[in-house]
Design a protein around this ligand. Sequence first.
Ligand code: ARG
Length: 570
Amino acid sequence: MNLYKYVSDEINKKLGFEAKLDVPKNRDFGDFSTNAAMVGAKNAGKNPRELANEIMPKLQELDFVENVSIAGPGFINIKIKDGFILKNAAAPKPMTNETPLTIDMDYGAYNVAKSLHIGHLRTSIVGDTLNRILRFIGHKPISYNHMGDWGRSMGLVIAWFQKLHPDWPFFKPDFNPNGDYSAYTVSAEELNTYYPAAAALAKQSPAFMETAQVITAELQRGHPGYNALYNIYMPISLASMNDTIKKLNILPFDNDLGEKNAAQYEEPVEKILRAKNLIEQSDGAEIIVVKKDTDNAPMPPLMFRNSRGACPYDATDIMAIYYRKITDNPDRIIYLTDARQSLHFEQLFRAADMADIYPYEKLEHIGYGTINGSDGKPFKTRDGNAAELNDIIELVTEAVNDRVKESGKALDQETIDTIALAALKFNDLTHDLSSDYIFDPTSVTSFEGKTGPYILYTAVRLNSVLKRAHIAAQKPEHFDLSVEERNLLIEIMDFEHMLISAYENRATDMIANYAYDLCQLTNNFYHNCPILRDDIDEQVKAGRLYIARLAFDTLATAIDLMGLKIPTEM
Ligand code: ARG
């Protein structure tokens, strides 16, 4: 049950107006508090404390209320009856929503022929968690890996191929698109080195950059050789991308459709834009002016077609919105990228709105902060390079290995990998999305404190208690709840409310913090309320096992929604 919602609705019904229910940080005085007396005071022409004294007896009549008390200027604390808690606490199950929203979730968004790097960590982890939460609370998310596969980086990679293998058939004017080119394959590792090399060369050599840009435009215009080459390396790149995605334990994308797919809609989108007179000429390029008179900050135009005739990132993004509209017709599109892309999305959303392709209010960009090293600058590996995702996973795995060795435990590699992934992902989720954070492989792998390993450890321990028990858990009928039992059960009953808030606030740190609080409460319960000890009365044992079971099920659900896995031992 969503305890918060239930209590809030019942209070509003009883009083006949809408008050706000709060969850106090310290729940010693009440499980909830309401501002009903402050809200009603104005209308009633009374002071809030006076009104609170009139309201309190009414609230006391509600069958789930144990007691009410007044706090501060007129807040009312509400304590819930133990019997009500015991009766209604339950393991979480996927919720239904009367008005489910279809939400296109654009995250991950990896680039073809470029390995995944640290900049893709947060979009993957947070996007996946939001996607899972949305499903759980009864909405219909559709996930998109909007692959960067049709812009200048493709031109750069093909130009690099041409430098390496100028005599390959793809570059010949008499190229036969129906030939068999299966022999011209390349390993993923090798392919991943091409883009950085080409980008570095392009920086020094304007001629090489020019070549790459011309190739990009020709690729987009259907050049058979370039397209054949692209079709060879695309699946290789996608396979290595999918390896990393699997390693990260994020759900497979509903759609691996990116820029190239969107570019198929160039014609209809251009028609719409032209009909609305939105395309302007500028130095041989075609742009959409999105600036408004009310803008204080600079607002450059959106680039629809560059002077070489290629459609850049901006353009394929507006086509992608069109594509999603005609396929999913979503209620909302949410993009998750580094905050440094905020301007791009503002331009894009304005253009889509002006063209009546999709309304501005339904488009949303969540920009996240940077992951930094201890020097406060973007995290680099020891060799000073921008860290690849695989390097980061390796670093954390090493740190877990060291800790496990130190402790004298013997854990198999699969368990170590599971712990390492939890350390990395949970740490990411605990941070407020918009801020930068410092990544330190040693601290995130600690088995104590707000870390992934601590969360998993608590789950493993609960699970082992449940497995060792020789009697069945039983929902207690009459049971004097201890403070620890009570606090734990109330937290369990907050789960649904927390999930809805996490989505509404786009705050995945809420689920991470919830999991941590739940573990703290579980461990308090575990220490103060022995479960399997011989001297414990059988009925108490069964009741505590019941509570332990609910705690485990709730924690396991939270762990799953964060895309972590519970190892069998730790
Ligand atoms: N591929 C881009 C990058 O790695 C992110 C794309 C985000 N999604 C979008 N529809 N623009 O920076």
